[in-house]
Design a protein around this ligand. Structure first.
Ligand code: PLP
Length: 424
């Protein structure tokens, strides 16, 4: 560092000194953010196709969210829902009930702080409701970083290595991944095999599946797979938990990605990330007979569903539930896909363009993270925040805010194209 470090260098040096190295460090040091743009501490503005990892479907500082949070801050900040009931919590649950893709007339929810915590609670509810211990998860899954959810997650480095022993009674089945040769037939056959070789299906409480696997590489489930999985679940009395932490709240152009799959009504829905409009909130939603299977006090937590997050979530859910919002998100996805497919057509190193609606990614043919990392870096240098993902780290994912303007989208996609060309 020079004798006169920039604010950026000074904060990163302090970060290295005072913050655990266990948290990955990006190059960006944020000063402020608005809509689809983030400005760093040195005054440089970036287009944001990362959204704090999929948490800004409605964009940074979405005006109805900021307004609702300010009004809530003037009333009270924290109560703990187990000490004092407050309306914003109930209102989020009312909206989730109306929007739930799960079967059953009477839907209920519990609110928590993070996607991992929500998945933990979904498993607790499934176990309590079925009286069974086992959980089936899938290849390429990401469900969180707590002991149970890290066990459910399918990537050794950096998520599992060195952190064992893992939680018991978690079994893994193949997931469809057509680009790499795993079909729905293979995945169903693998699940049935698992039931012969590893775990008695009569002891399985639930399966947990992301309709588009997020961290694992944006693999959307093939059109037939969720219905076939549900059929196997119904045959064995297993609950279907739909992890929509990354795919939900409009990300795929529908409120929930599972709505792309006709007739698939899961048992429990797990939501998070964008639901809080930038504040920490996650939820488990499902029919009353499941959600009430746990006795009073069995679920909850000090901060779960805190009033600020709930006020924000009411504003987010009201905005995203508007048919025009979702229609625009679908249209955005179509524009993005056309551009990515055109790019892939002239760059042979891009093997697959995939995803649902505006939740899109490109997988590089080579199964190594180097090129994807170079593309992310080249985009950053040109003023665009991008993220890689995938078990091999070779997938570039686009999580543009759904409120992005046409000009911003165009400028961001142009940078993606330039970054791919510049690193080829
Ligand atoms: N489930 C999915 C599908 C996710 O993408 C994530 C986070 O990326 C999680 C769960 C964990 O959420 P959190 O980081 O809020 O604990």
């Amino acid at each position: 560092m020079s004798a006169h470090p920039t604010p950026h260098d000074r904060i990163l040096a302090d970060r290295a000194r005072f913050v655990s190295g266990g948290v990955a460090t990006p190059r960006l040091v944020v000063h402020h953010a608005e809509g689809a743009r983030v400005t760093d501490i040195d005054g440089r503005t970036y287009l944001d196709f990362a959204g704090g990892i999929g948490c800004q479907n409605t964009g940074h500082r979405f005006a109805p969210v900021v307004e609702a949070v300010k009004a809530q801050a003037d009333a009270y900040l924290h109560q703990c829902f187990m000490v004092g009931v407050y309306e914003p919590y109930v209102e989020v649950c009312r909206r989730l009930a109306a929007l739930s893709p799960c079967h059953g007339d009477e839907q209920k929810s519990i609110l928590v702080n993070s996607g991992a915590e929500a998945n933990e609670n979904a498993v607790k509810i499934a176990r309590a409701a079925t009286g069974r211990p086992a959980v089936v998860v899938f290849d390429n899954a990401f469900h969180g970083r707590t002991l149970l959810t890290m066990t459910m997650t399918a990537k050794v480095k950096p998520y599992r290595a060195g952190f064992g022993p893992f939680a018991p009674e978690v079994y893994r089945a193949p997931a469809p991944y057509p680009y790499r040769g795993v079909t729905s037939d293979d995945a169903i056959a693998g699940l049935k095999r698992l039931f012969k070789t590893e775990v008695d299906p009569a002891t399985v409480a639930c399966v947990v599946l992301e309709p588009v696997q997020g961290e694992g590489g944006f693999m959307e489930m093939p059109p037939d797979y969720p219905a076939r999985l549900l059929e196997v679940c119904r045959e064995h009395g297993i609950l279907y938990v739909d992890d929509e932490v990354q795919t939900g709240v409009g990300r795929t152009g529908r409120m929930w990605a599972i709505e792309h799959y006709d007739g698939v009504e899961p048992d429990l829905l797990v939501s998070g990330k964008s639901i809080g409009g930038g504040l920490p909130l996650a939820a488990v939603t499902g029919p009353a007979e499941l959600m009430d299977a746990v006795g009073p006090g069995g679920l909850g937590g000090t901060f779960g569903g805190n009033p600020l997050s709930c006020a924000a979530a009411v504003a987010v859910l009201d905005a995203v539930a508007e048919p025009s919002f979702l229609a625009e998100a679908e249209a955005l996805g179509a524009r993005m896909r056309a551009r990515l497919e055109a790019l892939a057509a002239r760059r042979p190193e891009i093997g697959d363009v995939r995803g649902l609606g505006p939740m899109l990614a490109m997988e590089l043919v080579e199964r190594s993270p180097d090129r994807a990392k170079a593309i992310v870096d080249a985009a950053f240098d040109r003023g665009l925040l991008l993220l890689a993902c995938g078990i091999d780290g070779n997938v570039i994912r686009l999580l543009a805010p759904l409120t992005i303007t046409d000009e911003e989208l165009d400028a961001g996609l142009r940078i993606v194209e330039e970054a791919v060309d510049a690193t080829g």
